[in-house]
Design a protein around this ligand. Structure first.
Ligand code: ZN
Ligand code: MN
Length: 139
């Protein structure tokens, strides 16, 4: 768990005013590595933060994404998930149970992509889809 004081500093260093709502949303995505959607974050914080709306949650998460503090996963085109872990890693989405699993990936993986000379890569995502071991064993 990253302490709240440290998270507050991260927001301020990124030029984001750490309001109570923003800090709570940031703390949730940083300390819950489950790739939550805005709905999940909203449901988790709604009681704690009385005046919260789903739109505020989504816009706040987008603010963090634009500041490079959080990444947005579009592995499922109907579902935007947020990931507080901005380090280089790949994601596997199980077609059966829907869970999204983190996979380690070496930072140099882009050197394995041909034809990138002259391009400036600003973001790279590696998505894998299929059936997870748990679901495979159930069949
Ligand atoms: Zn599964
Ligand atoms: Mn992840």
């Amino acid at each position: 768990m990253i302490p709240r004081s440290e998270l507050k500093n991260e927001l301020m260093n990124a030029g984001i005013r750490p309001s109570v709502q923003r800090l709570a949303i940031y703390e949730f995505v940083k300390n819950h590595p489950v790739h939550p959607t805005a709905d999940v974050v909203y449901a988790a914080l709604r009681d704690e933060l009385g005046s919260l709306s789903l739109t505020t949650v989504y816009n706040t998460l987008k603010l963090f994404v634009d500041a490079g503090l959080v990444q947005m996963l579009t592995i499922d085109d109907t579902l935007r998930c947020f990931d507080g872990d901005t380090s280089s890693h790949a994601h596997f989405r199980c077609d059966n149970c829907g869970k999204i699993v983190d996979l380690k990936i070496k930072n140099e993986f882009l050197t394995m992509v041909d034809g990138l000379a002259g391009f400036e890569v600003k973001e790279a995502q590696l998505y894998l889809k299929g059936i997870c071991p748990l679901c495979r064993n159930k069949k």
